[in-house]
Write a protein that binds this ligand. Structure first.
Ligand SMILES: [Zn+2]
Length: 377
C-alpha cells in the first residue's frame, strides 16, 4: 500500500521566539517579504524592530490587502522579485498565512502564527478566494512551510476565543484520522503539487500520523481546560504550551497526513446557514465532530467525554450554539447535500454515506447537545 506523510522542515515555539525571526531570515539571505495585516504588524512591532537590528536583515512591507486572491498573490510575487526578497514571511491569522504559502510556492517560507485558532499553519495547502471573498479553489504546494515560528507570549495575549476555536479544530483530528484508518482513504499528504488529484498515485496515512492524531486528542483531554484558563489571564503555562503545540502541530500533521472525514465535511455544509457566519471554523468543526460521532454511532461514553470537554471550555454542542436557532428538515437536507458533494471528505467514513443519514446525524447531534445542556444526560 502506498503511504505518505508531509510536514514542515522546522517547528519552533517558545516565549519571545519572535526575537529569533531574523535568525531564520538570515539563513536564506538579507531580506524577507513580510505578508501580514497592519494590525498584526502593530501588535508585534517592537519584536520585529529588535530582531531586524540584531540580525541585520530587512523586512519588505507588502501592503497586504487582506484577501488571499490570485491577483494579490501575483502582485506580491512581482514585489518580491522587484525587491530581491530572499524569503517570504506569513505573519498573523489564516489569510496572511495562506497568501504567504501561495506567494512562496513551497520555497523559503517562514510562517508566524499570532493566534492558535486553526491547524492550517503547518500544512502545504491554502484556500484561494476571489477579490470579493467568495471561495475560488484549493492550492497545494511541493513542500510544507520551511519554518513555523511561534511566540507563545503573543498567543497567550490573544483573545481566548481563538485558542478555544483551535481546540475545536483539533478535536476532530483523531476521530477523522480514525475513520480514514478504517476506510483506507487517501490523505492530503499524498497529493501532488498544484492540482488536487489525478497526476500521481493515491497515498494512505502512515502509522506516525495516526499516533500524532491520538496524542492530539489526549492532550486536549489532559490540558485543554487548564490552557483555556491560562489564556484568560494571558499566562504562558506548560498546559498552554501543550495546547499551542496540539492545535497547530499535532492537529496540523494529524489532519494532513491522517485525513479528514465527516466532521469537516459537515462543517462545510453548515456554512450555508446564515446564522453560522459569525462563528469561527473550529467552533463549527467542534459541532461537526459531534455530528460525526452520531453518524458513526460512537459509544455514548465517547460522546459524553467530547460533550464534557466542549462544555468546559465553551465550544458549541448544538445548533443554537453556532447561531442556528431554528432549522427546517428541508434546510437540514440542504446542509447534508453540501456536506455530501463528491469531492468532500465525508466519503472517508468507513460505511456508505447518504444525504438522509447525514441530515439525521446532524439532527441527532443537536438533540444530544440540547439534552446535555439541559442536564438531562
Ligand atoms: Zn479544520
Amino acid at each position: 500500500m502506498r503511504k505518505a506523510l508531509i510536514c514542515p522542515t522546522k517547528y519552533v515555539q517558545g516565549e519571545d521566539e519572535l526575537l529569533n525571526l531574523g535568525y531564520f531570515v538570515q539563513t536564506y539571505g538579507k531580506s524577507a517579504l513580510l505578508i501580514a495585516h497592519p494590525d498584526d504588524v502593530e501588535r508585534v512591532k517592537t519584536q520585529l524592530e529588535e530582531t531586524k537590528k540584531k540580525f541585520n536583515i530587512t523586512f519588505v512591507e507588502s501592503g497586504f490587502c487582506g484577501q488571499c486572491s490570485r491577483q494579490e498573490v501575483k502582485r506580491l510575487q512581482e514585489l518580491a522579485k522587484e525587491k530581491n526578497c530572499d524569503c517570504t514571511i506569513g505573519l498573523g491569522g489564516g489569510k496572511a498565512i495562506d497568501t504567504a504559502k501561495c506567494v512562496a510556492e513551497g520555497d523559503n517560507l517562514i510562517i508566524v502564527p499570532t493566534i492558535a485558532a486553526t491547524d492550517a499553519p503547518t500544512s502545504h495547502s491554502a484556500v484561494l478566494y476571489t477579490p470579493d471573498g467568495a471561495f475560488d479553489d484549493y492550492a497545494y504546494f511541493k513542500q510544507s512551510p520551511s519554518v513555523i515560528l511561534i511566540d507563545t507570549k503573543v498567543i497567550a495575549n490573544a483573545p481566548t476565543r481563538f485558542i478555544v476555536s483551535g481546540m475545536g479544530d483539533a478535536l476532530s483530528t483523531y476521530f477523522e484520522a480514525r475513520a480514514n484508518v478504517q476506510s483506507f482513504t487517501k490523505v492530503n499528504a499524498g497529493l501532488p503539487c498544484g492540482v488536487r488529484e489525478g497526476l500521481c498515485p493515491e497515498a494512505r496515512g502512515t502509522n506516525a500520523a495516526f499516533v500524532l492524531a491520538k496524542a492530539c486528542y489526549e492532550n486536549l483531554m489532559t490540558d485543554g481546560i487548564k490552557a483555556k484558563m491560562a489564556s484568560d489571564i494571558n499566562a504562558v503555562t506548560p498546559a498552554l504550551e501543550n495546547i499551542i503545540e496540539t492545535n497547530i502541530l499535532l492537529s496540523g500533521l494529524g489532519f494532513e497526513s491522517g485525513g479528514l472525514a465527516a466532521a469537516h465535511a459537515i462543517h462545510d455544509g453548515l456554512t450555508i446557514l446564515e446564522g453560522t457566519h459569525g462563528y469561527f471554523h473550529g467552533e463549527k468543526v467542534a459541532f461537526g465532530t459531534l455530528c460525526q460521532l452520531a453518524l458513526e454511532n460512537a459509544p455514548m461514553e465517547e460522546i459524553l467525554e467530547v460533550l464534557d470537554f466542549c462544555d468546559a471550555i465553551g465550544l458549541p454542542v448544538c445548533l443554537e450554539d453556532i447561531g442556528v436557532t431554528e432549522i427546517t428538515d428541508e434546510e437540514l437536507i440542504e446542509v447534508a447535500k453540501k456536506a455530501c458533494i463528491p469531492e468532500e471528505s465525508i466519503y472517508a467514513m468507513p460505511f456508505p454515506i447518504t444525504i438522509e443519514n447525514v441530515a439525521a446525524s446532524i439532527k441527532a447531534a443537536d438533540e444530544i447537545g440540547r439534552k446535555y445542556k439541559a442536564g438531562l444526560l
